[in-house]
Design a protein around this ligand. Structure first.
Ligand SMILES: Cc1cc2nc3c(=O)[nH]c(=O)nc-3n(C[C@H](O)[C@H](O)[C@H](O)COP(=O)(O)OP(=O)(O)OC[C@H]3O[C@@H](n4cnc5c(N)ncnc54)[C@H](O)[C@@H]3O)c2cc1C
Ligand code: SF4
Length: 422
């Protein structure tokens, strides 16, 4: 599948880089969870030193190919760019991507010898791989346990139109080749499975499960789950020739799966059905805009009540809602309007209402949602066992998980080296 966004040309990058004001205490750098020195890499673009620019980003951020494409910059670096006060923010992520697209990961890495202990990394997604790189740079031997494929959600689920396979593979291969001591193809479900061999453990298993929509008809033929569908789409599967598909949800995954289904067959109707309003959509702005450009439509303030059909999906019965007070998520809550039910005719329904954690690691303390609890240094209640990424934060972003991986590595090293700063 062809990528939707194109990379900057040299001329576009030069024009955008010229706009940077090189702020003192650059707010963009503080707002980037990985603290990429943004003004510095933009200065390198100005002098056409792209190799130097890559080194600057790569030093701070282990997952830069992926984030150059899919980082929600409007929530991070770009949201605080000083140029907003004058005209428009600098397109920082596009400049970040311009660098990664025009350079290769350095082959001449100078690493200290791996003389220190083995650390078990459970889950080889962005958080796990970020932790791996830092630990290896400190001289540890990171051993990765990965049940599926190195790279986590970006490798397995994010659509190829936003993150082409060769890019995500290039990144995972580079990290594996240079920083992973050993990779084991195993699902780890309890700490007991990791024997005395490991000096410390980092749990970064992400959120593998999906929330079910508990309404009648959710077992009919033609009902699908979004992440399962995205995984299958990434390995080449195409949905049958449904002409009208409803996607229930308002987050990134709902919008992503809707776009994938529309690209698969531009002639089919794909509608995102959401119980709150436009302002409450949790999906990133860029993704919503891309979905609208592709022709995805939205049905707001519609609460799913029943999936209609005999054996197969024929439609979705929804109740019209209005917005009430804010709930604990800070968003206004949908209140059903009496006697306002109506039917949306559909051939298939995709459920995309959220993700959940697997019930693993019984000795590790979790919160009510099953997310692992950690202290400020990312250690769990079990000594020497750290955790980070989505399994701690709930559904988040690649760059935040990378920040956790880096922080956990530093704290693991401190823990093992008796509180010394590394
Ligand atoms: C469809 C979708 C689209 C997204 N789009 C964006 C986006 O555009 N931008 C963005 O920044 N973020 C996006 N995100 C969020 C981002 O992908 C996640 O926040 C991030 O991948 C989480 O990283 P992680 O390392 O914590 O977990 P994961 O990426 O989930 O990786 C966990 C890894 O652990 C492995 N694993 C799980 N259990 C075990 C076990 N028991 N033993 C061994 N291995 C195990 C899994 O196979 C997986 O490889 C998206 C998420 C989804 C689902
Ligand atoms: S990683 Fe994300 S937040 Fe950081 S500089 Fe790149 S685009 Fe901005």
């Amino acid at each position: 599948m062809e990528e939707i966004e194109k990379t900057f040309s040299k001329e576009q990058a030069a024009i955008e880089a010229e706009r940077c004001l090189y702020c003192y205490d650059a707010p963009c750098e503080t707002a980037c969870p990985a603290h990429v020195p943004i003004a510095e890499f933009i200065q390198s673009i100005r002098t056409d030193n792209l190799k130097g620019a890559r080194e600057i980003i790569q030093e701070a951020h282990p997952f830069i190919e992926t984030c150059g494409r899919i980082c929600p910059e409007e929530s991070f670096c770009q949201s605080v760019c000083t140029r907003i006060k004058m005209d428009t923010p600098i397109k920082i992520r596009e400049l970040h991507r311009y660098i990664t697209d025009n350079t290769d990961p350095s082959e001449n890495l100078e690493l200290v010898p791996a003389t220190k202990g083995k650390i078990a990394i459970v889950g080889g997604g962005p958080a796990g791989l970020a932790c791996v790189r830092e630990l290896r740079r400190f001289g540890y031997k990171p051993v990765v346990f990965e049940k599926k494929q190195l790279g986590g959600v970006p490798a397995n689920e994010i659509s190829a139109t936003r993150l082409p396979e060769e890019i995500e593979k290039k990144e995972a291969r580079f990290l594996q080749h240079n920083f992973v001591s050993e990779i084991k193809d195993i699902a780890i479900k309890s700490l007991g499975e990791l024997n005395e061999e490991y000096s410390a453990i980092f749990i970064s298993t992400g959120l593998s499960g999906e929330l079910n929509l508990d309404i009648p008809g959710n077992n009919l033929d033609g009902v699908y789950y979004s992440r399962e569908l995205l995984k299958r789409a990434k390995s080449g599967f195409r949905l049958p020739h449904f002409k009208r598909i409803g996607v229930i949800g308002g987050g990134n995954v709902a919008v992503e799966v809707a776009s994938v289904l529309k690209i698969e067959d531009p002639l089919r109707d794909v509608e995102v059905i959401y119980r709150r309003g436009t302002k409450e959509l949790k999906a990133f702005k860029k993704e919503i805009e891309e979905a609208i450009d592709l022709g995805v439509t939205f049905q707001f303030l519609a609460i799913p009540k029943k999936i209609k059909g005999d054996k197969r999906v024929e439609g979705l019965v929804v109740t019209r809602a209005h917005l009430g007070e804010k709930d604990t998520s800070g968003r206004r809550y949908p209140v059903p309007i009496p006697n306002s039910d109506f039917i949306i005719p559909l051939d298939a329904v995709v459920i995309a209402i959220g993700q959940k954690a697997d019930v693993y690691f019984p000795k590790v303390e979790k919160n009510a949602k099953g997310l692992v609890k950690v202290s400020d240094d990312l250690m769990t209640n079990v000594k020497g066992v750290f955790a980070g990424g989505d399994i701690v934060r709930g559904a988040s972003t690649v760059v935040e998980c990378v920040a956790d991986g880096k922080k956990a590595a530093q704290n693991i090293a401190k823990y093992l080296e008796g509180g010394k700063n590394v």
